[in-house]
Design a protein around this ligand. Structure first.
Ligand code: FAD
Ligand code: MG
Ligand code: MG
Ligand code: MG
Ligand code: MG
Length: 550
C-alpha cells in the first residue's frame, strides 16, 4: 500500500511471471495506456513489443469502429462486426489488459488510481504505477444544460446502438397495433435528431434509408406516409464545420428525401412525447415551438470526461474547458516532462505560436543589443521568423505560404517593416487558425501512430531511462520531431454524405466508395476478422435487406 490515499499498489500483474517472455518485460519501463479506442489502438499497433511493460486500462474490452456505428443502429451492419476484442490487440503487443476505469492520477508519484468492481459488487480502488502514461479516454456527450435528456438516445457506444435499434423497432411495432390512434401513430413515427453534425446527419440518413428501403417489405405500406424525420440544428446549416459543398449536398439530399431540417433552432427541453425548441425566424425573432416525437437522438457535440476534468483541476496551466492541452510533442502541459501524454478526443495541441515567438524575438533583439518592443523587422528577417515558426509548428505551414502577402497585409503603416505590435498581431491570427484539431478518428489514429513511433525511439535511445527517476531533460525533442496533423479531407470522415455523390449508383458501389475513402486508416485499424464480418453484412444486406427485428 501507499501513495497519498494509502491504496494497494499493483507492482506486479497476474501474468507477469506467467512465462519466461512475460518475466522479461517485468522490469521494462511501465507504459500505461488509458482507453481502448482509436488512439490507444494506433499506439498498440505501432509499438515494438518488448520495449515496455505495457498495460491497457479501459472499462470496455473491445475496440469500436465508430465510423460505422450509425449503420448499426438500423441493422445495415451487425453490432458484432463493428467491435474487435481488445485483448487480441493487446496480446500481440505483449501487453496486459485491465477491464477497469481510471479515476485519478497522482502526477508526482506517478500512480494511476484505478477503480474496479469486485465479485461482491463492491467498488475497489488501487494504484497502478507508471513510468509513462497515455491518456486516450475520448470524450462524453455534451448535455448543454438541457432538461429531459433522460428521454433521449445517444450514439457513442455499441450499447447505445443496440438501444436505438430496439427503440426504432418497438415504435414501428407499436404503430401497427389496432389500439393505436392515428395521432399516436404519427407521434411514434416522428424521429428527431438533435444536432446537425456528422453523427446526427449520418444517423438521419441511415434511418431514412432503412425506412425507405426495407419498411415496405415487412411492414404495412401505409406506415411510410406517416413517418417523419427531423434534424434540429442550432446553426444556419448542417455539417457547418465541413466544406460548404458537402454541407449543401447534404441539405439538398435531405430536402429531396423529405427529411426536415430545422436550422437556427435550439432545443430547450425534451419531454417523454415531445421536444420543445426555439427557432429564429427570418426577422431574427425567436419563437418557441414543439414537435411531437417518438424517438430523439441527442448528438450535439462532445464534452470532457470526469477523469480529464479532475486532471485539469489539478494542474494550474490547464485552463481549457473542452480538452486537456498538450505541447506539440503531445505531452500533457503541466505534468512532469515526458511522463504523461494525451491523444485523441480528450486532448488538444496548444501551439502558443505567439508566446514562442515573443521569446524568440526577445533573444534576437538581445543578440543585436536592441529593445524588442522597438524592433523593426524587415522582409528577410520575417522570412527567417516564418521559417522558424514552420519548423516548430508544422501545422502552421499552410498559413505561411504567401509570406509577402502576409507581410504587406500586416504592415499597417506601410513603412516596409513590421514593428513588434504588427508582428504579434500576425502571429496571433495564425495561432488562432491552428489551435483546434478536429475530434475525429483520423486525428486520434495519427496521434497514436506518432506516439507509438516516438516511444519506440525513446526506448532505443535510452533503454531503462524511465526506470531510474532521473531527470532526462527534453529527450522527446531530441529523439523525435513534433506532431504534425495531416488533414485527409472531410470525405474521409463523412460516410453517407460521400455516398450522396453516388446518386444512381448501386448500393455496393456507394459503400465501396466509402470503404475506399476510409481505407486510409481502416486497413491499419481493423483486423481481417472485422473486415470479413463487414463484407458478410454488406452482402447479406444487398441480397436480403435488413433484418427488421430487435
Ligand atoms: P475513443 O475512441 O472514444 O476511445 C476512448 C476510450 O477510452 C474508450 O475505450 C473508453 O471506453 C475509454 N475510457 C473512457 N473513460 C475511461 C477511463 N476513465 N479510464 C479508462 N478508459 C476510459 N471519426 C472519423 O474520423 N470518421 C468517422 O466517420 C467518424 N464517425 C463517428 C461516428 C460516431 C457515431 C461517433 C460517436 C464518432 C465518430 N467519429 C468519427 C469520431 C471518432 O470516433 C473519435 O474522434 C475517436 O473515437 C476518438 O478516439 P479516442 O481514442 O480519442 O477516443
Ligand atoms: Mg483511445
Ligand atoms: Mg472507441
Ligand atoms: Mg486547471
Ligand atoms: Mg510597419
Amino acid at each position: 500500500r501507499g501513495g497519498p490515499k494509502n491504496l494497494p499498489i499493483a507492482e506486479v500483474l497476474v501474468d507477469d511471471d506467467d512465462c519466461p517472455e512475460n518475466s522479461k518485460q517485468k522490469h521494462k519501463p511501465k507504459l500505461v495506456l488509458l482507453g481502448s479506442g482509436w488512439g490507444s489502438v494506433a499506439i498498440l499497433k505501432t509499438l515494438n513489443p518488448e520495449d515496455y511493460h505495457v498495460t491497457v486500462v479501459s472499462p470496455v474490452n473491445y475496440f469500436l469502429f465508430t465510423p460505422m456505428l450509425p449503420s448499426a443502429t438500423v441493422g445495415t451492419l451487425e453490432l458484432r462486426s463493428l467491435v474487435e476484442p481488445i485483448r487480441r490487440i493487446v496480446s500481440r503487443a505483449k501487453g496486459h489488459f485491465l477491464k477497469a476505469e481510471a479515476v485519478d492520477v497522482e502526477l508526482s508519484e506517478k500512480l494511476l488510481e484505478v477503480a474496479q468492481t469486485n465479485a461482491q459488487g463492491e467498488e475497489c480502488h488501487f494504484y497502478l504505477p507508471y513510468d509513462k502514461l497515455v491518456l486516450g479516454v475520448g470524450a462524453t456527450t455534451n448535455p448543454h444544460g438541457v432538461k429531459g435528456l433522460e428521454n433521449c438516445h445517444f450514439l457513442k457506444d455499441i450499447e447505445d446502438a443496440r438501444l436505438i435499434r430496439n427503440k426504432v423497432m418497438q415504435n414501428l411495432e407499436q404503430a401497427c397495433m389496432p389500439t393505436t390512434s392515428d395521432e399516436e401513430r404519427r407521434r411514434l413515427l416522428s424521429f428527431v435528431v438533435s444536432g446537425g453534425g456528422p453523427t446526427g446527419v449520418e444517423f438521419a440518413a441511415e434511418l431514412f434509408d432503412m425506412l425507405n428501403e426495407d419498411l415496405g417489405r415487412s411492414f404495412p405500406k401505409i406506415l411510410r406516409n406517416e413517418i417523419s424525420v427531423h434534424v434540429i440544428q442550432s446553426r444556419g446549416h448542417i455539417l457547418n464545420t465541413y466544406d460548404e459543398a458537402l454541407s449543401k449536398f447534404a441539405e439538398a439530399r435531405f430536402a429531396h428525401d423529405q427529411v426536415e431540417v430545422l436550422t437556427n433552432s435550439r432545443v430547450k427541453e425534451v419531454q417523454k412525447d415531445k421536444i420543445l425548441f426555439s427557432q429564429k425566424d427570418e426577422k431574427g425573432e425567436t419563437v418557441t415551438k414543439e414537435l411531437p416525437m417518438g424517438f430523439c437522438l441527442w448528438s450535439t457535440g462532445v464534452a470532457q470526461t470526469e477523469l480529464c476534468k479532475r486532471i485539469a483541476d489539478k494542474i494550474d496551466v490547464q485552463t481549457n474547458k473542452h480538452a486537456l492541452e498538450t505541447d506539440t510533442h503531445l505531452r500533457l502541459n503541466g505534468a512532469p516532462l515526458g511522463s504523461v501524454y494525451a491523444i485523441g478526443d480528450c486532448s488538444t495541441v496548444q501551439n502558443n505560436v505567439a508566446d514562442h515567438l515573443v521569446h524568440f524575438l526577445r533573444s534576437m533583439a538581445w543578440e543585436k543589443g536592441k529593445d524588442p518592443e522597438k524592433m523593426e523587422i524587415t522582409f528577410p528577417e520575417w522570412r527567417d521568423v516564418a521559417q522558424r515558426v514552420k519548423k516548430r509548428f508544422p501545422q502552421a505551414a499552410d498559413h505561411l505560404r504567401r509570406l509577402d502577402k502576409l507581410f504587406e497585409q500586416y504592415d499597417k503603416d506601410q513603412n516596409g517593416t513590421l514593428d513588434f505590435g504588427e508582428l504579434h498581431e500576425l502571429l496571433l491570427q495564425i495561432d488562432s487558425k491552428i489551435t483546434s484539431l478536429p475530434a475525429t478518428a483520423q486525428r486520434a489514429h495519427q496521434q497514436g501512430q506518432y506516439l507509438g513511433r516516438k516511444l519506440n525511439k525513446l526506448a532505443q535511445a535510452a533503454p531503462g531511462m524511465m526506470v531510474n527517476e532521473v531527470d532526462y531533460g527534453d529527450l522527446d525533442e531530441a529523439v523525435y520531431k513534433a506532431f504534425e496533423y495531416h488533414h485527409l479531407g472531410s470525405l474521409a470522415y463523412i460516410g453517407n454524405s460521400a455516398v450522396f455523390d453516388f446518386n444512381g449508383l448501386s448500393f455496393s458501389g456507394g459503400l465501396m466508395a466509402v470503404y475506399l475513402w476510409r481505407s486510409v486508416y481502416f486497413a491499419q485499424s481493423v483486423s481481417l476478422r472485422t473486415r470479413m464480418l463487414l463484407a458478410m453484412d454488406w452482402s447479406k444486406r444487398a441480397l436480403f435487406g435488413r433484418d427488421m427485428m430487435n
